[in-house]
Design a protein around this ligand. Structure first.
Ligand SMILES: Nc1ncnc2c1ncn2[C@@H]1O[C@H](COP(=O)(O)OP(=O)(O)OP(=O)(O)O)[C@@H](O)[C@H]1O
Ligand SMILES: [Mg+2]
Length: 480
């Protein structure tokens, strides 16, 4: 192992030197983000008495792999361990600096309980966009009694989530596109943006630098050949890509979202969809299927225009909120044609109690004097995703077949976060936050998607381009 201490490269140095209370670093792969976070924490613990610094990664396992096993990173603290300056505890991934009595601790956002603490002085969030949102909530109380703490958010962009939100707050030089988001600049915040090539650890002209740049060029070429340039731009150029969706490459915030619902939704049937969860988020949406005629071509357009999203509530609590939400959108319950759901919501509970669907219907009956028709979505995941991709395509009038209003912030936030499953590129990685996507995907295969490009040639006159639903169904679980 190379016993060489850290010397920040010129771009890292600018970040270390900033006195902003909250710093956001948006940087491409291999920029030196993790080295930056670790060394900032080490410098604090070495120099200042009684400090507690946390580095939080998306997964505890990652904290171990990235910071504790990878010699590219361990070389930054092992010299201190070997010299007896600090003590490394492998079982709890901590470094204790004897002279200052200060700590550096590694955490995983999947381990919420480990994020309860007090008196924190420094928190670095590594790969911010992959951090579980609950982790930010859990840590807030700990920060309330840590009045002098500083935070560092680092990561490569993935959609328009936390990293983007935080980057905007400190973007005093206006280098980050806001994609129409509302935000307020804050003088406590500072933001940097770097590509992978901005890792200046190796001098210009050195063999290391040349091979690093060549590697990135090869990645660009490969991405271009495979039609995944937006992925390359996201990973290496650290750009908040409009089409950043890794799994849904055609998704684009600018194209697929609009501020609010059009009036046309009030003259067509309305559908709802649900993905059930208590500790995981429950996700509910309202959709309208609006027939469109453009230059003589007829097709359907779906508007997804209302959302409820959250954890910790029962079916009866959600039913009350759904009824209130329908009122807010002036949609009477009679207008709801059907509710498409996770098929397992129809199963009797493991303790023998009523299915979630029955519990919802009892509440709807109590609140509205009417039950709803529930339909289980397909268990064929891959066909659900391919239906979503069809609906994301662009119709002849230049707008997508499926448009989401900005009243659905969690759906809009999580679509670009989806990634392929490591073992099956056609399926989604189920470890990600997929509840909004799951919910809409129970519904989207049902309305008739008419490929209007093809139909412009001759669709035949029989099909009624109304909100009519496809008759053919995958296999469902019938209500048990
Ligand atoms: N100041 C530096 N001096 C020398 N080498 C550095 C420096 N900063 C980073 N490196 C090296 O560059 C490589 C990438 O660093 P690091 O793992 O911190 O990048 P990253 O941006 O976190 O990468 P990833 O996107 O893969 O998580 C590592 O080999 C690291 O040791
Ligand atoms: Mg890293």
């Amino acid at each position: 192992m190379e016993l060489k201490l850290y010397t920040p490269h010129s771009n890292q140095r600018l970040i270390h030197e900033s006195t902003a209370r909250n710093r956001t670093v948006v940087a491409g792969r291999r920029f030196g983000k993790s080295a930056l976070a670790l060394n900032e924490a080490i410098a604090l613990a070495l120099q200042v008495p009684k400090q507690i610094a946390w580095i939080i990664l998306p997964l505890y396992r990652q904290a171990k792999e990235v910071y504790w096993i990878d010699p590219d990173i361990t070389r930054y603290f092992m010299p201190y361990v070997n010299a007896g300056v600090c003590k490394a505890d492998k079982s709890e991934l901590s470094l204790y600096f004897k002279k200052t009595e200060s700590w550096v601790r590694l955490k995983g956002s999947d381990n919420y309980d480990s994020l309860r603490g007090s008196g924190l002085d420094f928190i670095a969030w590594d790969e911010t966009d992959d951090i579980k949102p609950e982790a930010f909530d859990v840590i807030e109380p700990a920060l309330a009694d840590s009045p002098y703490h500083r935070q560092l958010y680092i990561g490569t962009p993935k959609g328009l989530g936390k990293l983007h939100d935080n980057a905007l707050k400190g973007d005093h030089k206006k280098i980050i596109s806001d994609f129409g988001k509302k935000y307020t600049l804050n003088s406590d915040w500072e933001t940097w943006h770097y590509t992978s090539c901005d890792n200046m650890a190796w001098p210009e002209g050195s063999i290391e630098r040349t091979s690093f740049v060549r590697y990135i060029d090869e990645k660009r070429q490969e991405a271009e050949e495979k039609g995944k340039l937006s992925w390359f731009n996201q990973e290496y150029m650290a750009s908040f890509e409009r089409g950043a969706g890794r799994f849904f490459p055609t998704w684009s915030y600018a194209t697929h979202t609009i501020p609010t619902r059009p009036d046309s939704i009030y003259s067509v049937p309305i559908f709802e969809s649900m993905d059930w969860g208590i500790s995981n988020p429950f996700a509910w949406y309202m959709h309208a299927v609006v027939p469109v005629t453009y230059k003589g071509v007829e097709f359907n357009r779906i508007y997804t225009f209302a959302e409820l999203y959250g954890t910790g509530q029962t079916p009866s609590q959600w039913a009350e909120r759904i009824v209130r939400h329908r009122e807010r959108y002036s949609i009477p319950s009679e207008m709801i044609s059907k509710i498409y759901v996770d098929p397992s919501m129809k199963n009797i509970q493991t303790d023998g109690s009523q299915s979630i669907v029955k519990q919802f219907n009892q509440s709807f009956e109590r609140l509205n004097k009417r039950e709803h028709l529930f339909e289980g979505g397909s268990r064929n995941r891959i066909s659900r995703w391919s239906s979503m991709m069809d609906w994301m395509r662009i119709a002849p009038d230049g707008k997508p077949y499926w448009i989401i209003t900005q009243d659905c912030p969690n759906l809009i936030r999580t679509i670009p976060l989806q990634e392929p499953d490591d073992n099956n590129i056609d399926d989604l990685n189920t470890k990600l936050e997929d509840h909004g996507v799951d919910s809409v995907s129970y519904f989207l295969p049902f309305p008739k998607w008419i490929n209007a490009e093809a139909s412009a040639v001759g669709r035949g006159g029989e099909e009624a381009p109304t909100g009519g639903l496809k008759e053919e169904k995958d296999e469902w679980d019938e209500e048990s």
